[in-house]
Design a protein around this ligand. Structure first.
Ligand code: ADP
Ligand code: ZN
Ligand code: MG
Length: 479
């Protein structure tokens, strides 16, 4: 029998606020010594009282709006009760049946078109501390305890590990784009729980759901799902049955392992947190949050295609990050003379290559290679002041040093040699030095001239105008 997968994802994303969810401790703990960002509130000490971080609520609402969710006007925090060493209060402040955001969607791009993945809810909660297991024991660091977290739960609309990967990547892009998450998965800024079941292909009823918790990279999400779907298929194909359970992912062995039988909501004894007031959200507040959102990636990509006549691929690349999209538009705005497509080519080609090689983002690089330099370079090319090869060299130099292209061309004497007398000399030398190629050319292999043009370019140290070089060669050869 053939089976198909049904997948739903829970994404935990840290919210990029200055302070923690319920206290004034700094939420930026990445480089802090253990247990230095702590206070009675985030240590769960008796007598301490939490205060809701308004900015965190705003950012989570913005996320909900970006995901086309409805914002719940009556929302409050619940206590989710369980004991764990990294949870000093023995309950997590979270949300249960009154989450702040409900019923949205995220679009992913598949080969045959876009697919909408339903968003069930996005709620507010606090992060836990962090355990490190060492020889002979475990160490706990409470710096992360109380850092604002949002949990975004999808509908079981995802049909394959590939779709899950696209969903995670798109979610990450969106959260970073609107400025609510750092996107630093290496630092744990996003973590994923995946829920997966299989069912006979073409049937409606869901199979038994297995949850794999705490995956910390998009690659692990994909790998764990591939493994788990295979495992479930094998169990069912051999006539076995599956129990609803929570499994872990062993990154090194590449397997999922049973951890515990599934816990249910009622096990957590959720109840409204008596220390925190319910939030009464009104429409003007929601409108303010909406107004805070920038143009979103999908909308901007579509606008790029329409407004600048870019290919879908170019528009996609140029909207991979907001800073890249801003850079492109700044370059286009500074240069009314050249086609946006030419500007796009330099950014997606040379600039992306240089950024990649140096492991750099556009932020710092764009302060050196300023957007207006792109148009300047295109101008030099159009006026035939430099040729394509020199342009790449100038671009790279400009990228490294932050010097405007025209200044580099002047300082280094890179102007293209369009003086036909000088090029004619190089052409004579090339013809003299390559009798065999000249013979080929004369016997009808006209393509041989390309090699001779190359030789002229070489002799001129790349500065000859290639069109003039070819003319000069014809002149010499046909004389
Ligand atoms: P629980 O109460 O166990 O947390 P939820 O109904 O809250 O379950 O769903 C958690 C996640 O599991 C959601 O992302 C949801 O889309 C997904 N899910 C629900 N049922 C299934 C299923 N049968 N197979 C795969 N995923 C599922
Ligand atoms: Zn604190
Ligand atoms: Mg759940």
């Amino acid at each position: 029998m053939e089976y198909e997968a049904v997948i739903g994802l829970e994404v935990h994303a840290q919210v990029l606020t200055d302070s923690k969810m319920f206290c004034g401790c700094s939420a930026d703990y990445a480089n802090a010594a253990p247990n230095t960002h702590v206070c009675p509130v985030c240590l769960g000490l008796p007598g301490s009282l939490p205060v809701i971080n308004q900015r965190a609520v705003e950012m989570i609402a913005m996320t909900g709006l970006a995901l086309k969710c409805r914002i719940n006007h009556d929302t409050f925090f619940d206590r989710k009760n369980y004991f764990y060493v990294d949870l000093p209060s023995s309950y997590q402040r979270s949300q249960y049946d009154h989450p702040i955001c409900v019923g949205g969607t995220l679009e992913i791009d598949l080969a045959n078109g876009p697919k909408h993945i339903g968003i069930t809810r996005a709620h507010m909660e606090e992060d836990t501390g962090k355990l490190t297991h060492v020889d002979g024991g475990s160490l706990v660091d409470y710096n992360r305890s109380g850092v604002p977290l949002m949990e975004i739960v999808s509908e079981p609309d995802i049909a394959s590990p590939e779709e899950a990967k696209l969903y995670c990547a798109k979610m990450r892009q969106l959260l970073v784009w609107i400025g609510v998450n750092s996107g630093n998965l290496d630092e744990g800024a996003m973590r994923f729980d995946v829920n997966v079941s299989i069912r006979p292909k073409g049937t409606e009823t869901f199979g038994t759901k297995i949850e794999i918790k705490n995956l910390n990279s998009i690659r692990s999400v994909e790998r764990a799902l591939i493994y788990e779907i295979e495992r479930q298929t094998k169990v069912l194909s051999e006539g076995g049955s599956l129990q609803q359970e929570t499994r872990g992912w062993d990154e090194d062995k590449g397997v999922t392992l049973g951890q515990r039988s599934k816990e249910f909501a009622h096990d957590y004894r959720y109840f409204p947190d008596p220390d925190l007031p319910p939030l009464a959200i009104d429409e003007p507040w929601v409108a303010e949050r909406r107004a805070e959102l920038p143009e979103l990636p999908d909308a901007r990509r579509q606008r790029f295609e329409a407004e600048y006549s870019l290919s879908a691929q170019d528009a996609l690349l140029l909207t991979s990050e907001r800073a890249v999209a801003d850079y492109f538009e700044a370059a286009v705005a500074a240069d009314r003379e050249h086609a946006p497509k030419s500007v796009a080519n330099w950014i997606t080609g040379e600039l992306f290559r240089l950024l990649n090689d140096g492991g750099e983002t556009i932020g710092a690089a764009g302060a050196r290679l300023r957007p207006e330099f792109i148009g300047e370079l295109l101008g030099l090319l159009k006026a035939a002041t430099i040729n394509g090869t020199t342009a790449k060299q100038v671009f790279e130099e400009s990228f490294r040093a932050g010097t405007p292209p025209a200044a580099i061309v002047d300082a280094k004497g890179l102007r293209q040699i369009s003086d036909s007398g000088a090029v004619l000399d190089f052409a004579r030398q090339a013809v003299e030095a390559n009798p065999k190629v000249v013979g080929d050319y004369r016997s009808g292999k006209t393509q041989a001239i390309k090699f001779l043009v190359g030789q002229v370019m070489k002799l001129s140290k790349g500065q000859a105008n290639p069109q003039i070089a070819e003319q000069a060669l014809h002149e010499v050869l046909d004389a």
